[in-house]
Write a protein that binds this ligand. Structure first.
Ligand SMILES: NCc1[nH]cc(CCC(=O)O)c1CC(=O)O
Length: 303
């Protein structure tokens, strides 16, 4: 047992709150003293780029690269990630050793009591291709405007009038202590892995992996793995709009998903039920969604 767990995390308030959840879980489950856990904030490339849409700059590795390096160089023992920000294909050197119980997976709308209540042509701030496409598919009249920065920054930009409304993950708002902000959007599937916190370790470090596994929540791990497997089937880390949600039922996993064109004019939806651990079923759903797409929609996923 290591005398000390050094937890690598991004330095944003949300990332730090998530690292503290992991620290608390480790402390309680493994009966550690406060001096046995240290949270190590690490600035990532994604944190430093505030002026451009991230899709322009590069893939999701923006959030993981510096945390990976710290793990690989032995400066930290585990990394805490929002699973939503973890790229689909990870280097073999790392493995997700556990996920905490998933929070509310849904998005919240801030700035109006419902999507229908938004005035015609309202400006909705989001830099997420998925949120933009889903909004436009319901309300083609809306104006999507880019908005970046951490949760507090985005809320401030909204107050300053840069947009009339915005969408944020319920999970993030709750973890930041804002359960009252906005209204939950029920009819909209969120991003794959939304609401899940993952703990990554070096793939060959069985000792730490074994200890960390003790705080893992199996249903979350099974469902998030299914959503990530669907992404693999869609071609990995495309910037194309994808929404997906797996839920554990009695004996089965139910996976729902949709892919959209960026302008929301075309959507392909589907769902599948399968036994937990079936790695082929999510791939089959991905193939079906692509097969049932128009050439225009399918072209979003050819990369
Ligand atoms: N891309 C940023 C990001 N990554 C994870 C969350 C929220 C927390 C979660 O989904 O677990 C957020 C903010 C948001 O989308 O509102």
């Amino acid at each position: 047992m290591p005398r000390l767990f050094r937890i690598g995390t991004r330095g944003s308030p949300l990332a730090l709150a998530q690292a503290r959840l992991v620290a608390d879980a480790l402390r309680d489950t493994l009966d550690l003293g406060p001096e046995q856990i240290e949270i190590v904030p690490i600035t990532t490339t994604g944190d430093m780029i505030q002026d451009r849409p991230l899709a322009e700059v590069g893939g999701k590795a923006l959030w993981t690269k510096e945390l990976d390096r710290s793990l690989a160089e032995g400066r930290t023992d585990l990394s805490v990630h929002s699973m939503k920000d973890v790229e689909t294909f990870r280097p073999d050197a790392f493995r997700i050793a556990a996920m905490l119980p998933r929070a509310d997976v849904r998005d919240r709308l801030i700035g109006a009591p419902s999507l229908e209540a938004l005035p015609k042509g309202a400006r909705v701030g989001t830099s997420s291709p998925r949120r933009a496409a889903q909004l436009l598919s319901r309300r083609p009249d809306l104006n999507i405007v880019p908005i970046r920065g951490n949760v507090a920054t985005r809320l401030r930009k909204l107050e300053l009038g840069e947009a009339d409304a915005t969408l944020l993950a319920s999970a993030g708002l709750e973890r930041l202590g804002h359960p009252e902000i906005g209204v939950v959007l029920d009819g909209m599937l969120a991003a794959p892995s939304q609401g899940a916190i993952g703990i990554e370790v070096l793939a060959d470090n069985n000792a730490v992996a074994g200890l960390v596994a003790a705080i893992g929540h199996r249903p979350t791990e099974v469902c998030v793995a299914a959503e990530r497997r669907l992404l693999e089937g869609l071609g990995g880390d495309c910037h194309a709009p994808v929404a997906a949600l797996a839920e554990c039922e009695d004996e089965a996993v139910r996976l729902r998903a949709e892919i959209l064109t960026g302008d929301g004019t075309e959507v392909s939806r589907g769902e599948v039920r399968f036994a937990p651990g079936d790695r082929e079923a999510p791939l089959a759903l991905a193939r079906r969604l692509l097969d049932e797409s128009s050439p225009k929609l399918r072209a979003h996923f050819s990369g």
